[in-house]
Design a protein around this ligand. Structure first.
Ligand SMILES: C[S@@+](CC[C@H](N)C(=O)[O-])C[C@H]1O[C@@H](n2cnc3c(N)ncnc32)[C@H](O)[C@@H]1O
Length: 313
């Protein structure tokens, strides 16, 4: 699974399949006893992918075939990863609800994947939600939602584009208005971009953000991108995979899709470009929303960065 500058993917492969991973977490949270949010769309995506031959990394059959001790470790791992993704979803739902309450009606979700916020959040009727992702990921999403007759709760505009390419032009050709304040989201995206592409992404957001725009970013500590740290994570995963006896393609190694390069600190970058910035750690959010789940090594060292732009470009 070697990355290249112009690689592309379907939802069941490479970086695309990570969107299914997040959908699995949202489906699991939705069917839990006390969910932090309800995303009934998530299970539709999983079912549609399975119909296409995709096999879940936490496939029940693979777990049943695995050594019971290993199966238990995999379940613990799933609980930890899913718990993190659920808390992240809840936190970022709240970001959009607050931005909407403050009157921001233009929303851009970068690398939207199978995010169903345009369908499930209570947007005001004049809100437009732009979703950017690779063409085949957005096609799969649209087809699945169409098959279920789902209607968005805002005006929804899919912008099929690679975020390493000229997405600002594509966004504006689809009706984005840079003179209006925007709420931006980059969730589950940055590790999949080379450091230079991350820099360019923020330069472009800056050029398109009117005063009073807001941004939420799932950013990562410098240790996260340390090759040694990622090597240890990979080794750990490989041991688990080998022990489970599961097929390699059923338990993809997501770290192989990351660009482990030193990169700009998102909070510092935004501060130095005129944004009022606040941050929250994973530990704080987990303690707030899922205190029973310990923060272990399987949770990325993420930092949730929120910015409010004081003056326009
Ligand atoms: C981990 S998923 C996160 C999806 C969504 N933000 C969520 O949290 O549910 C990563 C997503 O980033 C998208 N992505 C990664 N690199 C991209 C690129 N260069 N251009 C467009 N989309 C990209 C993938 O297609 C995938 O949908």
């Amino acid at each position: 699974m070697t990355r290249t500058d112009d690689d592309d993917w379907d939802v069941t492969e490479s970086v695309g399949a990570t969107a299914l991973g997040v959908a699995m977490a949202r489906a699991a949270e939705t069917s839990s006893a006390t969910p932090l949010f309800v995303d009934q769309y998530a299970q539709w995506f999983i079912d549609a992918a399975i119909e296409r031959g995709w096999r879940s990394p936490f496939d029940a059959q693979a777990l049943a075939e695995a050594d019971p001790e290993v199966a238990e470790r995999i379940r613990e791992r799933a609980q930890s990863i899913f718990g993190y993704a659920a808390v992240r979803t809840k936190h970022l739902d709240d970001f959009f609800l607050e931005a909407g309450a403050a009157g921001i009606t233009q929303v851009v979700i970068l690398a939207a994947g199978l995010d169903a916020r345009a369908w499930r959040l209570p947007w005001t009727s004049d809100t437009v939600v732009f979703e950017l992702d690779q063409p085949r990921v957005l096609d799969f999403k649209a087809e699945t939602l169409r098959a279920h007759g789902a209607e968005p709760s805002a005006r929804h505009v899919a912008v099929a584009v690679d975020l390493r390419q000229d997405w600002p032009t594509a966004l504006q050709q689809n009706g984005f208005d840079p003179s209006r304040p925007t709420s931006w989201l980059a969730e589950g995206l940055l590790p999949y971009l080379p450091a230079a592409a991350q820099d360019l992404l923020f330069d472009r957001i800056q050029a398109l953000s009117a005063a009073d725009s807001r941004i939420a970013v799932e950013a990562f500590s410098p240790t996260f991108f340390d090759p040694e740290h990622q090597r240890r994570r990979r080794e750990d995963m490989a041991k688990l995979r080998a022990a489970a006896g599961a097929a390699e393609d059923a338990t993809p190694d997501v770290t192989a899709l990351f660009y482990n390069e030193p990169r700009a600190d998102v909070a510092d970058w935004l501060r130095s470009h005129g944004w009022d910035v606040s941050t929250e750690t994973t530990a704080t959010l987990m303690a707030r929303h899922k205190p029973h789940l310990s923060r272990d090594l399987q949770n990325p060292d993420s930092i949730f960065v929120e910015g409010r732009r004081l003056t326009g470009p």
